[in-house]
Ligand binder design. Structure first.
Ligand code: HEM
Length: 388
C-alpha cells in the first residue's frame, strides 16, 4: 500500500534533505505537468550550464530531456514516423503480429511447470517489438539487452558510488549510440520501411532530424520501449496472481483486459517518478514556494493513489470508470509510446491469463530491480500446471 506515499501526501509538497521538492498529490502533479515554469532541461536555467555539459559523447539530449521549442520539433518529427507511419490505428493493426510473438514465447514454456515470467515473456516481448519497429537485426537484440539494462539500472541513487554509476551509464549510452549511428549510416545508403529509415528521411536541411538527433531519438525509443513495458507486464502478472478472481475472469472475458491494463497503470505503474524537473521561476504550490533552480520530483505513483482524486485508491478494480491515472505522465511529455505500451500489455496479460494453468508465484514479493524511479520485479518465478 506504499505507506511512504500516504505520508508524503499529507502536504502536496515535501522538501527533501537533498534540496529537492517532492510533489505527491494528484491535483498539484497535474498542474505542474502542464506548467511551463518547470523544465526537463537544466540547461535552460543557466546558459553556461549548456557549455559545461555537452552530453554523452557529444550527442544532443533526447526530447524527453528537452523543453520547447526543440522538444516539440523533435517529438513531432518522431511522431510522424512512429506507429508505424500515420494513424493511431496503425498501432492497433499490429495486434495480430504482437499476439504471434507472445504465442511463440508461451509455446516455449510447454512441458515446464516453473518459469521466470520476466525472463521468458515480459522482457523478450517488448524488446522484440521495439527492435522490429526500429529495424534492428534480430541477432543484435541481446546486445541491446545489456546496454539498455545498464542505462536504466544506473539512473538515480543506488548503493554504489554515484560517479561510478554515471561512468557506467555513459559507457553504455555511448556504446548504444555508436551502434545506432552505424545502423543509421547503413540505412542512409539503403533505406527500409523501418522507423530508423523513417527518422532519417528528410535530413537535417529540410527541417528533418540531423543524424545526431536520429541517434538520440532512436536511443530514447529503444530504452523507453524496452524498460517500461517489461515492468508493466511483470507488475501486472504479479497483481493478477494476488487477485486470482480477476485472473480467472480474464480467461472468460477477454475484454476485461482493457480496464485491467488501465488500472495497473494506476495501481502498480512502472514509472514511479519521471525525470527530475527544475523550477525556472519561483513556483508556489499550496503553502510552499519552490525556489527557482530547485529540483522537482513528481511522484506519479503517489498521485495515482490520492484519495482526493480516486475513491478506494488501495483497491485494485479493473472495472474502474474514468480512470485518469498518471501512469503515462501528462502535459507535453505525455508518453509517446502509450498506444503501443497498452497494446503490448493487453496482448501479453491476456495470453498469459488464458494459457497458463493455475499459475502461483513462488516468492511474493519477488526480488525487485534496483532502480528507484522505475519499479518492477527483476524475476517473477511462477509454478503452473502446464500450458493450454
Ligand atoms: C514518456 C511511461 C512505454 C516512449 C513517458 C513518461 C512516462 C512514460 C511516465 C513521461 C516522462 C516525463 O514526463 O518525463 C511509460 C510506461 C510505459 C511506456 C509506463 C509502458 C508501460 C513506452 C514505449 C515507448 C515510450 C513502448 C516507445 C516506443 C516514450 C517517449 C517519452 C515517454 C519517447 C518522452 C515523451 C516526451 O518527452 O515528449 N513514458 N512509457 N514509452 N515515453 Fe513512455
Amino acid at each position: 500500500p506504499y505507506p511512504l506515499y500516504a505520508e508524503l501526501r499529507k502536504t502536496p509538497v515535501t522538501l527533501q534533505e537533498d534540496g529537492s521538492y517532492v510533489v505527491s498529490t494528484y491535483r498539484e502533479i497535474v498542474a505542474l505537468l502542464h506548467d511551463p515554469r518547470i523544465s526537463s532541461d537544466r540547461r535552460n536555467l543557466d546558459e553556461s550550464f549548456a557549455a559545461r555539459e555537452p552530453g554523452v559523447s557529444g550527442q544532443p539530449p533526447a526530447f524527453i530531456a528537452l523543453d520547447p521549442p526543440d522538444h516539440d520539433r523533435l517529438r513531432r518529427l518522431a511522431m510522424r514516423h512512429f506507429g508505424p507511419p500515420g494513424t493511431p490505428d496503425r498501432v492497433e493493426s499490429m495486434r495480430p503480429e504482437l499476439a504471434a510473438i507472445v504465442t511463440g514465447l508461451i509455446d516455449a514454456l510447454a512441458g515446464r511447470e516453473r518459469a521466470d515470467l520476466v525472463e521468458t515473456v515480459a522482457y523478450p516481448f517488448p524488446v522484440t517489438v521495439i527492435c522490429r519497429l526500429l529495424g534492428v537485426p534480430r541477432e543484435d537484440e541481446p546486445k541491446f539487452h545489456g546496454w539498455s539494462t545498464e542505462i536504466v539500472e544506473t539512473i538515480g541513487p543506488g548503493e554504489d558510488d554515484m560517479a561510478e554509476r554515471q561512468r557506467r551509464r555513459d559507457r553504455a549510452t555511448g556504446a548504444l549510440g555508436d551502434y545506432l549511428g552505424d545502423l543509421a549510416d547503413a540505412r542512409l545508403g539503403d533505406p527500409g520501411d523501418d522507423l530508423l529509415s523513417g527518422l532519417l528521411a528528410g535530413g537535417g536541411e529540410q527541417g528533418g532530424m540531423s543524424r545526431a538527433e536520429v541517434v538520440t531519438t532512436a536511443t530514447l525509443l529503444l530504452v523507453a520501449g524496452h524498460e517500461t513495458t517489461v515492468n508493466l507486464i511483470a507488475n501486472g502478472m504479479l497483481t493478477l496472481l494476488r487477485h486470482p478472481e480477476t485472473l480467472e475472469r480474464l480467461r472468460h472475458e477477454p475484454d476485461l483486459v482493457y480496464g485491467t491494463v488501465e488500472e495497473l497503470l494506476r495501481y502498480e505503474p512502472p514509472v514511479h517518478f519521471p525525470a527530475t524537473r527544475v523550477a525556472l521561476d519561483d513556483i508556489t504550490v499550496g503553502d510552499t514556494t519552490i525556489p527557482r533552480g530547485a529540483p522537482i520530483v513528481l511522484a506519479l505513483a503517489a498521485g495515482n493513489r490520492d484519495p482526493d482524486y480516486v475513491s478506494a485508491p488501495e483497491r485494485f478494480d479493473p472495472c474502474r470508470e474514468a480512470n485518469q491515472h498518471l501512469g503515462f505522465g501528462g502535459g507535453i511529455h505525455y508518453c509517446f509510446g502509450a498506444p503501443l505500451a497498452r497494446l503490448e500489455t493487453q496482448v501479453a496479460l491476456g495470453e498469459l491469463a488464458r494459457r497458463l494453468r493455475n499459475p502461483r508465484a513462488v516468492a511474493d514479493p519477488p526480488p525487485y530491480r534496483p532502480s528507484s524511479s522505475l519499479r518492477g520485479p527483476r524475476r517473477l518465478v511462477v509454478d503452473f500446471d502446464g500450458v493450454r
